[in-house]
Structure formats: structure tokens, C-alpha cells
Design a protein around this ligand. Structure first.
Ligand code: NAD
Ligand code: NA
Length: 396
């Protein structure tokens, strides 16, 4: 059996295991081309199978010699198909860590459930030496189930309908799109899913089990973005949830002062991930940003962001984490540079379905998306048969 990419809209319906291995390997190779960083013994990553969580895990493993326990929700291969890219990312991230003699495990379970939090504690106690030094919270989800209740997050504006365009990866086109306002209930539900309550719950469960080292750091990924995307992001339902996330950093810091826990939102740059391609009217901005930042040699993917986060912002040589006035790590600093934003605005002004391939780095945007699912690697022969014996022995 050979596999080629299947897209419906902006959803990948399949993935390529050999390509997922290449995707993880590419991240490993990048980190190994850079100076090693200080040792961070044990890390817990909630959402470590893809995007920012995976990149952080790879960077920590390769550069900080960290043992890593990751919790994620992914599908393995079955009669129904190959499973999800994140499942393979877990397999290869673990392999890469074990090759260095490190402990690395994947818990596949719902990170919003208290039972998962408790079983993660039990697993850590049974299998790891010492306590946890860093907790990374990197979930992106459309829903959260908590006991009897289920909340759904939405991607809408707060008040006005926003008109714009979205990129369609299936048809390689730019199509008019619009997003309307969220109701108060929708705003609150989005904050329940993408806000900070489960982050705080995780820290409570870990602290109650006495698993956090004094001085343990914890960060949650966030986004703010420029004026241009404010109606759909910063001021919209997802921005409302991010405010809730930032609020919870403060709550964690206050509640666990005695343990010297340091909680920080980490504001990252906009890039293509499984989650971000869903945000309506946002994709032309991201594809323009790719073009501008590549021309200025400032372009970063998740792994470049993860290394810069660790080396310059979270564990800089000077010792203390580098935070802004609001207590956030800011790895969106290059995205928000004035010259970058001015050029992005210029390229988006007058954007149309006819000129978008000249104005945006559509090619690069799509390539990044394909690679998230193990496609689009030049050195892989996608027409060749998958080795079923090799596949059958993969373990997350
Ligand atoms: P992603 O989809 O690549 O990763 C999401 C992770 O969450 C995966 O590991 C997935 O398995 C896990 N997950 C989702 N639901 C789960 C559940 N119920 N139980 C266990 N695991 C679950 O997304 P991403 O883009 O890396 O997003 C991570 C964070 O980074 C989000 O908070 C996002 O807002 C933030 N962020 C993203 C961007 C961007 O441009 N992509 C920019 C800045 C910040
Ligand atoms: Na992630």
C-alpha cells in the first residue's frame, strides 16, 4: 500500500508514517545543529504530540537532556486507516529520546479529565526518578468534557461580522469568507475549552501529589497578534479564552507561591499547525507573514520557536526567565516587528483570488501543512509500498 495526501477543506484525512518520522527527524537535526542548553531533568508536556508541544519536547530532549512524559489524544492505525500524524510523532519522539538513554513516554488519554491527571501522576511516580521541573500546557481542542458537561470552543468575532478571505488547501484557492459574532454563551464555552482552568487543575493535581520541584516552571502557549487580525483573534472568542488563560497564570503563581512555582503564558508566533488552519480569515495573514519573514530571514517554524524559547527566554544565560510587563514570554517579538507588520499589510492590501499566489507564500504555507502530516518531503518516494512489518512494530 502507498499513501498520498487526502484533504477535505483544511483537514488532512490521512498521514504518512515514514514522512512523520522525517518530520520528527528534521526537528531533531535542527536542534542538534545548535549549542546544547542546561539540563532540565523531568518535563511533563500536555499536548506533546504535535505543533508547539511536540517541538518543545524535541528541543528539551535533544538540547536539555530531559526525560519527557507527554499526554495527548491521537489515533493509532486500525482497519479505518493509518491513524493520526500525532500518533506517529509520539512513536518517533520516544524513539529519539530512548536512543539518548532518556526516559520518554506517551499517555494517550483525554487531558481534560481528572482521571487522566491522576493516572499521569501514578504513572510518573512508578516510572520516573525525582520530581517535575517543567510543565508545558499546549492543548488545542474543539471540545472539553468534564464529568457530565461538554463545552465546545468556537472561532468567532466578539461583535462585528468580519469579512475577508480564507485559503483552501484542498482546492488551492483563496475564497471570500466571513465570521460572525459569538454569543455570550459561546464566548464562555470557548474559555472553558481553550482557557486556563484545566491548566490550573493539572498543577493542583501534580502539587497535591508532591510531584513538582520547588521552582518548577510551567508555561502555556498563547497568541496575541497584530491589529489586523484582532477582530477574529485577539478580540474574538479565542482571544477571550486566551485572556482567561493569562488570568490563570496569575492564579497559579498566587496559589503555589510557597512552592515557588512560576507560571507564564508563552506568546508564540502565528504559523501553520493542525489547529491554526481552522481559524477563518486568518490564513492569508499567516501566508503573508511566511513570505515576509522568509525574505527577511526571520522565518521560524515550531522547532525554531521552541529553541529560541528555551535558550533566550525561559532559561537564558542570565538565569531569570525573560518576561514582559504582563509576565509573558514573548517569542512573537519578530512577528510583531514594525517593519514585518508594515510589509505584511502592504502585501495583503488589494489581495484577490487572482493575485494571492504572488502576494503570499502559498507554496510554503501548503508545504508546511503537508509536512505536518508526513507529506511533501522531497527525499521520500511516496509511490513506494509501506513496510507492514516495520509499521506493525511501532509503539507510542
Ligand atoms: P496542535 O493541534 O498541533 O496540538 C494540539 C495538541 O493538543 C496535540 O498534541 C493534541 O493531541 C492535543 N490534544 C487536543 N485535545 C486533547 C485532549 N482532549 N486530550 C489530550 N490531548 C489533546 O496545536 P498547536 O497549534 O500546537 O496549539 C497548541 C497551543 O499553541 C494552543 O494553545 C494554541 O492556541 C497555541 N498557539 C498556536 C499558534 C499557531 O499559530 N499555531 C500560535 C501561538 C499559540
Ligand atoms: Na501542541
Amino acid at each position: 500500500m502507498s499513501i498520498s495526501p487526502l484533504l477535505s477543506g483544511n483537514v488532512a484525512r490521512n498521514c504518512h508514517p515514514v514522512g512523520c518520522q522525517a518530520y520528527v527527524q528534521q526537528q531533531v537535526d535542527y536542534i542538534n545543529s545548535l549549542p546544547k542548553l542546561q539540563t532540565i531533568k523531568n518535563v511533563l508536556i500536555i499536548g506533546g504530540s504535535s505543533g508547539f508541544g511536540l517541538a518543545s519536547r524535541v528541543a528539551l530532549t535533544q538540547s536539555c537532556h530531559s526525560n519527557s512524559l507527554s499526554v495527548s489524544m491521537e489515533r493509532g492505525p486500525s482497519e479505518k486507516g493509518m491513524g493520526s500524524a500525532g500518533w506517529y510523532n509520539n512513536v518517533f519522539a520516544k524513539q529519539q529520546a530512548e536512543a539518548l538513554g532518556l526516559r520518554s513516554d506517551n499517555i494517550i488519554a483525554d487531558a481534560f479529565s481528572l482521571e487522566t491527571m491522576q493516572s499521569t501522576v501514578d504513572y510518573f511516580k512508578a516510572n520516573y526518578a525525582g520530581k517535575i521541573d517543567l510543565v508545558i500546557y499546549s492543548l488545542a481542542s474543539g471540545k472539553r468534557i468534564d464529568g457530565e458537561q461538554t463545552w465546545f470552543s468556537c472561532l468567532k468575532t466578539a461583535e462585528q461580522t468580519m469579512h475577508g478571505y480564507s485559503l483552501n488547501l484542498e482546492t488551492d484557492s483563496l475564497t471570500p469568507d466571513q465570521v460572525g459574532p459569538a454569543s455570550q454563551d459561546e464566548l464562555e464555552a470557548t474559555a472553558k475549552v481553550m482557557g486556563g482552568e484545566p491548566w490550573l487543575q493539572w498543577i493542583e493535581v501534580l502539587a497535591n501529589a508532591d510531584l513538582l520541584n520547588s521552582g518548577c516552571k510551567t508555561l502555556a502557549f498563547s497568541y496575541i497578534g497584530p491589529e489586523l487580525t484582532a477582530p477574529i483573534y485577539r478580540d474574538g472568542s479565542i482571544g477571550f479564552a486566551k485572556q482567561n488563560l493569562h488570568l490563570h497564570a496569575g492564579l497559579i503563581n498566587t496559589k503555589f507561591r510557597d512552592l515557588s512555582i512560576q507560571a507564564m503564558p508563552c506568546v508564540a508566533k502565528a504559523l501553520v499547525t493542525k489547529a491554526s488552519v481552522f481559524i477563518p480569515v486568518m490564513s492569508p495573514y499567516i501566508a503573508a507573514l511566511y513570505d515576509v519573514m522568509k525574505h527577511k530571514e526571520l522565518h521560524e517554524e515550531t522547532i525554531q520557536q521552541a529553541y529560541r524559547l528555551l535558550s533566550e527566554h525561559l532559561f537564558p544565560k542570565s538565569g531569570e526567565a525573560q518576561l514582559d510587563d504582563e509576565g509573558c514570554l514573548r517569542i512573537d517579538d519578530w512577528e510583531l516587528r514594525e517593519d514585518v507588520q508594515a510589509q505584511v499589510n502592504k502585501q495583503l492590501d488589494g489581495l484577490s483570488p487572482e493575485n494571492f499566489k504572488q502576494r503570499l507564500d502559498y507554496q510554503g504555507y501548503k508545504q508546511s501543512f503537508l509536512q505536518l502530516n508526513g507529506f511533501g518531503f522531497e527525499h521520500i518516494d511516496y509511490s513506494s509500498e509501506l513496510d507492514s512489518q516495520w509499521l506493525a512494530q511501532l509503539r507510542p
